[in-house]
Design a protein around this ligand. Structure first.
Ligand code: CAA
Length: 253
């Protein structure tokens, strides 16, 4: 591995104990990063399972409880992480939820809950790291979008809007920070083997899988390796980009 990729920079991963987040933590730790997973602590068995699964990494992967939809909590969590581990140089915003319903059935609560996590959460984290990254002249931000932000999906006006918004946000922030050594990109996963996709009704999921040219759901590792690539120290010339990782489900350029 390139020497410049192995520095012990501090990386935070929101949704860090989730379907994609756990694997992203693993890949960043393997790249030599000090990782802190940020996620809801409400279900203690979920946190315990995360620690068990990643026990081999020891202190190289930590956990801190956080609700990304709360700006003040994000500010406090990042301050605490910086006190304990040092400056946050790498951010992966992977916290995301679904609240699927066709628009004619969608409640304002389903709309707002989703926006608060999937879109406000990205603002709440980025707003609290970007000054430090700018001052130090280095930063890598990867926001997890979705193929459904690119194409729209039946039953996901909220999710598709938020995920398309995540890429708009990323392009704008990429322009604002390009001269400061910070890159901001999105990764757009297709349908992956995660609890979120497992919750899609069986018949609909089977139809979706039948339409994936590669012929299978994505593995979390397929996404995590794209994140590791974009957060490498020597990935400084890729910014404002969207990297689709969808098994050919949606092809564009
Ligand atoms: N395209 C066109 N029409 C569709 C349709 C589709 N994809 N799906 C349903 N319909 C039609 C039905 O045939 C039905 O028609 P009739 O009224 O003529 O009988 C009508 O729409 C049903 O509409 P409803 O509003 O009543 O829909 P519903 O309540 O039965 O189900 C839903 C809506 C819960 C959203 C369901 O369609 C669903 O779960 N869809 C899957 C959504 C999905 O893919 N989510 C992805 C989650 S994973 C993820 O998001 C990760 C990622 O990034 C990829």
């Amino acid at each position: 591995m390139n020497q410049t990729n192995t520095s012990r920079r501090v990386a935070i991963v929101t949704g860090g104990i989730g379907g994609l987040g756990t694997e992203i933590c693993r890949h960043l730790a393997r790249a030599g990063r000090q990782v802190v997973a940020l996620d809801l602590a409400a279900r203690s068995e979920r946190v315990a399972a995360f620690h068990d699964e990643l026990a081999e990494f020891g202190d190289a992967i930590g956990f801190a409880p956080l609700d990304v939809s709360n700006f003040d909590s994000c500010q406090q969590a990042i301050a605490q992480i910086e006190n304990r581990y040092g400056s946050v140089d790498i951010v992966v915003n992977a916290a995301g939820i679904t609240r699927d319903a066709s628009l004619r059935k969608m409640t304002p609560q389903q709309w707002h809950e989703l926006m608060q996590v999937n879109l406000d959460g990205v603002f709440n984290i980025c707003r609290n790291v970007v000054d430090g990254m700018s001052a130090r002249g280095f930063g890598r931000i990867v926001n997890i979008s979705s193929v459904n932000g690119q194409t729209g999906q039946f039953g996901q006006t909220n999710y598709s809007a938020a995920k398309a918004g995540v890429h708009g946000f990323s392009m704008a922030l990429a322009r604002e920070t390009a001269r400061k050594g910070i890159t901001v990109n999105t990764v757009s996963p297709g349908y992956c083997d995660t609890p979120m996709v497992a919750a899609v009704p069986d018949d609909i999921r089977a139809q979706i899988i039948a339409g994936i040219p590669v012929g299978r759901l994505g593995a979390p590792a397929d996404i995590a390796r794209a994140v590791a690539f974009l957060t490498a120290d020597d990935a400084g010339y890729i910014t404002g980009a969207n990297l689709p990782v969808n098994g050919g489900y949606f092809m564009s350029f």
